[in-house]
Design a protein around this ligand. Structure first.
Ligand code: NAD
Length: 277
């Protein structure tokens, strides 16, 4: 496929469009990820808590695609406080590699900061060690707000390569995106389609989609690419999996972007990281 890539702050190249597998059961993950790889996706976003690293790993192994062409992300979960220690993180990371059947991942993320517990810097320091060993080609965070980003940068001097955050036209995260750009942190959008539901039925998106002969989902994903985001849409439906990566050959113009900017409602589909333990 001719999908664009971005270069992370440590030189690692990451596809701008990936496939998210949250809520795909482990026994379906192998077939679903295989469909995505056949459709042209090369980047897969999983997490320990999704409990589908085994099924995902099987699809990667049997795909016949060279490891260096794949970009695999997984995440450290909000485990027991005892686990949020150096030893605990190393154990969790090894367990993820084992389940995936890989000797390295391309990106390892802290899934949520749990800022109220005040122990995410310990976890981040351990990710820095894992990256130094080459067992994660890049490291980053997810659901971090500016104060937590500033804290890990101040304490380790290692700028996260990525912050994966909720981001879609109803919740476009302009301030955090600007801060990321200033710091050299790539913005990765989770729930990039706003989880489907209301967003994809929006009349403005329908109008823009009709204008380009594309679907509302394709318009939203094109919007992410033009903003410079990495996006990781999820679908279990083969036709939608293919539709969501078929984004070449059209571009949103200034009028389209203004119309989509009008969809900002400031409402999340997921939890506010400040409250999520
Ligand atoms: P999403 O925005 O990708 O929406 C997925 C849903 O949209 C599908 O289940 C389907 O109902 C609908 N859909 C998909 N393609 C469509 C199409 N072409 N036409 C019509 N409807 C379509 O939501 P998501 O699954 O929440 O997020 C994507 C990925 O982001 C996840 O799989 C996961 O990898 C990641 N994620 C990360 C976090 C985090 O805390 N880091 C949280 C949530 C999700």
């Amino acid at each position: 496929s001719n999908l664009p890539s971005i270069t992370l702050n440590n030189g690692v190249v990451m596809p701008q469009l990936g496939f998210g597998v949250w809520q795909v059961p482990d026994d379906e993950a192998t077939a679903t990820v295989a469909t995505a790889l056949e459709a042209g996706y090369r980047s897969i976003d999983t997490a320990a808590i999704y409990e589908n690293e085994v099924g995902t790993g099987k699809a990667l192994a049997s795909s016949g695609i060279a490891r260096e062409e794949l970009f695999v992300t997984t995440k450290m979960w909000n485990s027991a406080t005892e686990t949020w220690t150096r030893e605990g993180v190393l154990r969790e990371f090894d367990a993820s590699l084992d389940r995936l059947g890989l000797d390295h991942v391309d990106l390892y993320l802290i899934h949520w900061p749990r800022a109220m517990r005040d122990d995410y810097v310990t976890v981040y320091r351990t990710l820095v060690e894992i990256a130094a060993e080459g067992r994660a080609k890049a490291i980053g965070v997810s659901n971090f707000k500016r104060p937590q980003l500033e804290r890990v940068i101040a304490d380790t001097s290692v700028v996260p390569a990525v912050n994966q955050i909720e981001l879609h036209p109803n919740f476009p995260q302009a301030e955090l995106r600007a801060f990321h750009a200033e710091q050299g942190i790539a913005t990765e959008a989770w729930s990039p389609l706003g989880q489907g539901r209301g967003l994809l039925e929006d009349a403005t998106l329908a109008r823009v989609a009709a204008k380009h002969g594309k679907s509302p989902a394709q318009v939203v994903l094109r919007w992410h690419l033009q903003l410079g985001n990495v996006a990781i849409p999820k679908s279990a439906t083969p036709s939608r999996i293919r539709e969501n990566i078929d984004l070449a050959g059209f571009e949103l113009d200034a009028d389209d972007l203004t119309a989509i900017a009008g969809l900002d409602t400031g409402t999340r589909v997921g939890p506010d990281p400040d409250d999520f333990d």
